[in-house]
Ligand binder design. Sequence first.
Ligand SMILES: C[S@@+](CC[C@H](N)C(=O)[O-])C[C@H]1O[C@@H](n2cnc3c(N)ncnc32)[C@H](O)[C@@H]1O
Length: 381
Amino acid sequence: MWSTGPNIADGDVIIVWLTRDLIQPLTVEAGKDFNSRFGNYKHDDFIGTPYGSKVGARSGRGFIHLLRPTPELWTMALPHRTQILYHADISFITSWLNIKKGSKVIEAGTGSGSFSHSVIRSIGSTGHLWSYEFHEARETKAREEFARHGFSDIVTLTHRNVCKDGFTVADTVDALFLDIPAPWDAIEHAKLALRKDCITRICCFSPCIEQVLRTVTALNEHGFTDITMYETLQRPHDVARIPAPKSIAATTEKLKIAEVKREERRLQQIADNENRRQPKPKSPNKRKRADEEDDEGQEDGGKKAKTHKAEDTAELMLNGGEQTNEGSVSVSRVIPEVRGHTSYLTFATLMPIPPVRGPPAAEATPAETPDGGNAQTASGS
Ligand SMILES: C[S@@+](CC[C@H](N)C(=O)[O-])C[C@H]1O[C@@H](n2cnc3c(N)ncnc32)[C@H](O)[C@@H]1O
């Protein structure tokens, strides 16, 4: 088991948090060094340090954080041998498969063990995980990791092609998860492995919709019901500090003042136009030009009025968010570039097989054979 003690001990697996994007696992071994671009450290300095500590480099420049492993941190830090599942999907799958303390679960393939570590925590020591991987080197690595993390009793890891050879247990598991390229080829075997005395569930993780279609067909053919596909999309938010905006009261006051000013300008323009229309002793040519000017003026006035209005609104909008001297506030902003989905999750339910009802006890007379025995004995079963 990952350590549950308060302090880091020799031999513990820990998570070294260097930056938000640089997190790595480390097995603490007395006498060893840990070198990074954030300084050089001695494992001896880690031993006895409380989990969660910030440790400074011996040189005095740079620091790191030493954390207790959790499935979430393990997923962020693990050495990738394959594509892995992340927590948006893991938590969704775990909850929809109803994986809980004591659950018996199958997963294939094991891959880098990201999903496995979360399942192990959910099922605890009273549950069991059967994990299958047909890539030998990956299977060996996963076996070493499960042993190092103290999970060997909870996980049975098998090197096997589940599409060809099926699973090693029958009528046993509550939930089954397939993260393989051709899950439809394993559905028949999955049905054999799932319990038949209660409702059980299956989930298949596939990146393409064509794979989903084939999986759905196979699930239907093998009597699964309640087939539903979900897509999980992550929408990360960033926290930022911005200058505190003006209060609503101050903004409303500004709006009122701007309205008054706008009305004053409008009235002024009307008065100007009236003045221009008054007949003046001018030459016809000049009048014409004056008329044209009037029209232009009118047009200009209109344009100007419009421009003023637009400027006012822009100004108000800006001033609405104007800095004040009242410090800053924290806001959450959606990161504009959201990564696409990881995969489609196809869930289905397998209903229990109802027990075969025999006739009531009083009427249960075994079928007689010609020699007076009953059918069961006669057939030798
Ligand atoms: C994407 S990875 C699984 C990642 C894993 N869910 C995780 O979170 O780390 C898929 C794995 O399935 C294995 N695999 C593919 N087809 C298989 C099969 N028919 N039987 C067993 N393993 C299979 C591959 O070797 C690969 O390691």
